[in-house]
Design a protein around this ligand. Structure first.
Ligand code: AMP
Length: 401
């Protein structure tokens, strides 16, 4: 079965084309700068050969036309005709309270997703554009939506509620939803697979540390708490997002700076986090470079980033009554040995002890990095959300047939 996985952002479309039965990625790529000057498609063949197409990609539909065009082109493609695509799986950020798992996309599902635009105004509209484009261009091919929120549906109410008037939860759905769910699901399951243990028997904490960052408590295979909330702004310190902050400080800043909700949202989502503290960059590599040169704010940002994660690990160990496995993933989690040390230092009391040498050598590959005999298995597991989306899509479409 050949499955096209699509991840539509506001001005980009990432794609991967799988032949799952053969465990092959036939092609992958990205369309960038949609609707802007200098838009292009970067395509990578299975052989690793890369092709660049520049063109006027005015909207997501044209972007997807480019992708379908190259997949089926005689020169650079990997299929003779679009009929060879059996299904399309989409990453959809917000599934609200409605979707606890991936679903086949029907008219009814689309209507519900339209309703959720209010909950995720930045993310769900481009996701929907991708769905509409496929529907228009290859209407007979089944489509599946895989939600970032779905894995967290198992959170108990006491973990997902905010302590605000209950009526606001009922009226507007104000609660914690959590995000990065596909990643937390993948890495927690994969970690158990590598260890040869049944996920239903262990307590896992997963730390997805990239530009966006979140932690998740996975007890016996189910998410029971996660650090992102009503939006992906809550929780850990991120590249440009503040993470947890006192609401009192937010309203104070808005008053003092005379800014409205839109500007405040930009301030806390785009100008805060590592970028806000360092004033230099949101990229951890540049911040580590700055710290090495002695930049005090880079050193501070690193300490704050690690400390916030350490606190969440402690909190989730308490929430689950223990921890057996700690997993690092995402660009920083997979690649930065220094960050992993910074986080795990002083967590020996929980049984978290990393082997410094193995950790140092571990970069971007699956690896157990805890000390031999340590109580908690600490692991690096590169995330693979696209593969999860492809597998869910295959399962749902096969089930239907
Ligand atoms: P992601 O959003 O998962 O792509 O992760 C992006 C973050 O990962 C950025 O802060 C990068 O600086 C960081 N990152 C990527 N590669 C490395 C690396 N080799 N070492 C340290 N950090 C990295």
């Amino acid at each position: 079965m050949k499955i096209l996985v699509i991840n539509c952002g506001s001005s980009s479309i990432k794609y991967q084309f799988y032949s799952l039965d053969e465990s092959r990625i036939l092609a992958k790529g990205i369309v960038e700068k949609i609707g802007m000057k200098g838009s292009f498609l970067k395509h990578e063949k299975e052989s690793g050969q890369k092709v660049l197409f520049e063109g006027e990609i005015l909207d997501h539909k044209i972007g997807i036309e480019y992708i379908l065009g190259i997949l089926s082109s005689a020169k650079h493609g990997c299929i003779a005709s679009l009929d060879e695509i059996n299904a399309v799986g989409h990453r959809v950020v917000h599934g609200g309270e409605e979707f606890s798992e991936s679903v086949l996309i029907t008219e009814e599902v689309i209507q519900t997703l339209e309703k959720f635009i209010e909950l995720a105004p930045l993310h769900n509209p481009p996701n929907l554009k991708g769905i509409y484009a496929i529907k228009a261009l290859i209407p007979d091919i089944p489509q599946v939506a895989v939600f970032d929120t779905a894995f967290h549906h198992t959170m108990p109410q006491h973990a997902f509620m905010y302590a605000i008037p209950y009526a606001l939860y009922k009226k507007y759905g104000i609660r914690r939803y959590g995000f990065h769910g596909t990643s937390h699901r993948y890495v927690s399951n994969r970690a158990c697979e590598i260890l040869g243990v049944d996920p239903k028997t262990v307590k896992v904490i997963t730390c997805h540390l990239g530009n966006g960052a979140s932690a998740c408590a996975v007890k016996y295979g189910e998410s029971v708490d996660t650090s992102m909330g009503f939006t992906p702004l809550e929780g850990l310190i991120m590249g440009t997002r503040s993470g947890d902050i006192d609401m009192g400080a937010v309203s104070y800043i808005m008053d003092k700076e005379k800014i409205g909700t839109k500007s405040a949202s930009v301030l806390f989502n785009k100008h805060s986090g590592l970028l806000g503290i360092t004033g230099i960059s949101s990229d951890s590599r540049e911040i580590y470079a700055g710290a090495e040169k002695g930049d005090e704010r880079c050193k501070l940002a690193i300490k704050m980033f690690d400390y916030r994660i350490k606190k969440y690990i402690g909190a989730y160990a308490a929430a689950m009554g223990g921890v057996d496995v700690l997993v690092f993933t995402g660009g920083i989690g997979e690649n930065s040995a220094t960050t992993r040390v910074g986080i795990c230092e002083e967590l020996g009391f929980l049984g978290i002890e990393i082997d410094k040498q193995i950790n140092k050598e571990s970069r971007g590959a699956e690896q157990i990095i805890s000390k031999e005999g340590a109580k908690v298995k600490v692991m690096v597991v590169p995330t693979n959300e696209e593969l999860m989306i492809a597998i869910d899509t295959q399962n749902i479409v096969y089930d239907k047939n």
